[in-house]
Design a protein around this ligand. Structure first.
Ligand code: HMG
Ligand code: MG
Length: 297
């Protein structure tokens, strides 16, 4: 019997952070609530980052104040530093996420500091969250390639993942920020990181720029990874990773896993309806092949 797979929905955060038009608070709230109602147990709700850097996430405090929270759903928010943490705590976040990188150049462009400096910044954030009973997730970006440096090796990823895990992150999400990785590269990466971080604490976060994301998820599953980030309608991208397209579409992941006997607990139909709804608001077709095929959207 295949083991359960946990999905972490990225649409409201990674999905919307890269949109040119500012999505209003009411739409963000409805998106988060629709995703939770579709059965997703983790819905990343926003980011307490500088509004000058990412204007799209500026109203995360308002969003967090309005959403109707389900007791069995977690609503993580990004926090790059203590200022972000204070915002998250005031918003009563149950989970926060710190985000580092395996590439020096990306770290500088994304959070304006080196990898070592970022880890120094995250430590007091993680300590404060632990003291307040708030869970902390850790991201490592550019695990299979960097928009500025090109190839990134597993040896560059391992120490960052290890440092975040030892700091107290309960889960390390390995981000293929620009979607360049392939299944064999993914397997090699997972094997290397699993020497220092338990496989049960690893998650995959695959952007789909080169159409490899779903294949990479399956490669990671064969290595024992059971948590994956995905985004409704394949929304997403990072403003500091030019050319990166969206995350793997949540509907495509749910379709593929369900037909292979894996339980995700997600209602595919409700997810596809949400995908069509948000895509209409954003003025485009859903970015999920399953939704296009099944709904004729
Ligand atoms: P900085 O300019 O070095 O920060 O930015 P600073 O500490 O020097 O402060 C400068 C100003 O920003 C000050 O305001 C601070 O108060 C303010 P001023 O005095 O000029 O008016 N500030 C803040 N405001 C709100 N919230 C905060 C905050 N911190 C400082 N938390 C900083 C450093 C980290 C803040 C900035 O670089 C930043 O916000 N970066 C975020 C970038 C981002 O959100 N990127 C996208 C998310 S990561 C991603 O998408 C990848 C992922 O999906 C995985 C993958 O795909 O690989 C997770
Ligand atoms: Mg991302």
């Amino acid at each position: 019997m295949p083991h359960p797979i946990t999905l972490v929905e990225m649409g409201p955060r990674d999905g919307l952070q890269n949109e040119k038009q500012i999505v209003d608070v009411a739409t963000k709230v409805e998106l988060i609530e629709r995703l939770a109602n579709a059965g997703l147990k983790n819905v990343e709700a926003g980011a307490f980052v500088s509004p000058k850097w990412v204007p799209q996430m500026a109203a995360t405090d308002e969003v967090m104040a309005i959403i109707e929270r389900k007791p069995d759903v977690s609503y993580p928010v990004l926090t790059p530093n203590l200022k972000g943490y204070e915002g998250a705590r005031a918003a009563k976040a149950d989970t926060i996420a710190v985000f580092g990188a395996a590439s020096e150049s990306f770290s500088q462009k994304n959070i304006n500091c080196s990898i070592v400096e970022s880890l120094e910044r995250f430590r007091p954030v993680v300590d404060a969250a632990k003291a307040d009973g708030i869970k902390v997730r850790g991201y490592v970006s550019c695990v299979l390639g960097c928009p500025y440096e090109g190839k990134i090796t597993p040896e560059q990823v391992v120490p960052v993942a290890k440092a975040l895990y030892e700091m107290g992150c309960y889960e390390i999400s390995l981000g293929d920020t620009i979607g360049v990785g392939t299944p064999e590269e993914t397997k090699a990466l997972i094997r290397a990181v699993a020497t220092e971080v338990p496989i049960s604490a690893l998650a995959g976060h695959f952007h789909d720029t080169y159409g490899q994301a779903l294949a990479n998820i399956w490669a990671a599953i064969t290595e024992g990874v059971a948590v994956f980030d995905c985004s409704v309608s394949g929304l997403g991208g990072c403003p500091y990773a030019k050319g990166a397209s969206g995350n793997v579409a949540s509907e495509d992941v749910v379709y593929s896993l369900a037909r292979s006997g894996y339980d995700t607990g997600v209602n595919l139909d409700a997810l596809m309806e949400t995908s069509i709804w948000i895509s209409e608001i954003l003025g485009r077709k859903p970015g999920s092949k399953a939704t296009l095929a099944l709904k004729g959207a």
